[in-house]
Design a protein around this ligand. Structure first.
Ligand SMILES: NC(=O)c1ccc[n+]([C@@H]2O[C@H](COP(=O)([O-])OP(=O)(O)OC[C@H]3O[C@@H](n4cnc5c(N)ncnc54)[C@H](OP(=O)(O)O)[C@@H]3O)[C@@H](O)[C@H]2O)c1
Length: 331
């Protein structure tokens, strides 16, 4: 691949939204490296996606210790892309996040939310990416057996060590979030952002979490906003070879694509076409219409998918009739 020179117009079309009440603005669309960037994947394809994303104003790239497969390899590959393509001061134009919370190494200190695990994991992530710091470090999931003060204390320590600039929570319920935010505030390290699963097909955050985030000035970055590809035209005509649902690894299984789901997808697709959008674009716009949502965290297996998703920003408004029709399908 030829030497990378970032597009000079990269900041011209992207929308940047303030993250809660912080000093940080994030692009309305962010890129996640959960799938398609591991050691089983094509490195140059991932590299092309990252380059294209940055050329289009995507400044935020989301990782976790366990992304791959194999776990850790997405961080290694992302680090390699940074060293090849994002040289000079370009690091200062990027918001890079990683997380600790799921299983990473054997024994009692390689999982969940102990101080021991969380801080060791961050050190490992930094070594894999060959970075001095990440911009956002998350607790990836709440640990029911570790005091919240311990897990939040570890995040606070990461910031004080200069290994993270901000901290975030992921997969915490509204109540767990409230408790964690209070601890973080008392430590002097306010939470920047919360990363929940949120899409047209997964709406638990509407039952309280979004209100907690707004009340506390915390941003929101929904993950799997396309329901891993269900909210696109990917599965309208069956399960294509190479698609996520066709692969043995991962959490989207062919049997998740039921007739009932397909019927909803078809009907949503018809509304999207009436709006002059693809279904993927409409699904992203539908999340971004809520001002409590800072940025949507997409995945992509090709530059074409990324480009298609970026098109969502051309039309994020909905009229009342469209929203009503969508609601009647989602019920
Ligand atoms: N905090 C957490 O616990 C957690 C959990 C999961 C994910 N995440 C984060 O969220 C990010 C995104 O998650 P996700 O990958 O599930 O997001 P997603 O955007 O819901 O799904 C991405 C997948 O949808 C398909 N797709 C995307 N755009 C498309 C388009 N325009 N047309 C057709 N198909 C399209 C692709 O599948 P194919 O591969 O089939 O092409 C792509 O890999 C992850 O990378 C990660 O950073 C966080």
């Amino acid at each position: 691949m030829s030497a990378y020179v970032p597009a000079s117009d990269r900041y011209d079309t992207m929308i940047y939204n303030r993250c809660g009440k912080s000093g940080i603005r994030l692009p309305a669309i962010s890129l996640g490296l959960w799938h398609n960037f591991g050691s089983i994947d094509n490195f140059e394809n991932g590299r092309a996606i990252v380059r294209r994303a940055f050329d289009k104003g995507i400044t935020h790239f989301d990782l976790a210790n366990n992304y791959g497969p194999v776990p850790g390899s997405a961080e290694e590959n992302f680090g390699a892309i940074l060293r090849k393509d994002f040289t000079g001061n370009l690091r200062d134009e990027l918001i890079i996040s990683t997380k600790a919370g799921y299983h990473m190494w054997p024994g009692p200190y390689g999982d969940w939310g102990s101080r021991k695990y969380v801080l060791s994991s961050l050190d490992q992530s930094l070594r894999r990416m060959k970075l001095d710091y990440v911009d956002i470090f998350y607790s990836h999931r709440p640990d029911p057996e570790t005091p919240i003060e311990e897990t939040m204390g570890a995040l606070d320590t990461a910031v004080r060590q200069g290994k993270a600039l901000y901290v975030g929570l992921s997969n915490y319920t509204a109540e767990q979030t409230k408790a964690a935010l209070a601890v973080l505030k008392s430590l002097g390290t306010p939470c920047l952002i919360h990363q929940p699963k949120y899409s047209m097909f997964e709406r638990w955050v509407e039952g309280g979490l979004l209100d907690v985030l707004e009340a506390n000035g915390v941003g929101c970055i929904p993950f799997s906003p396309l329901a891993q590809g269900l909210l696109t035209d990917r599965y309208l005509k069956g399960i294509p070879e190479g698609s996520r649902a066709s692969k043995p690894s991962g959490f989207l299984k062919a049997d998740h694509i039921t007739d009932e789901k397909l019927d909803k997808i078809q009907r949503l697709n018809a509304i999207a076409l009436q709006r002059g959008q693809t279904l993927a674009q409409m699904a992203l716009a539908w999340l971004l219409k809520d001002k409590r949502v800072t940025t949507v965290l997409i995945g992509a297996s090709s530059v074409e998918q990324l480009d298609n998703n970026l098109g969502a920003l051309h039309k994020v408004q909905f009229d009342a009739a469209e929203l009503k029709e969508i609601e009647s399908i989602l019920q």
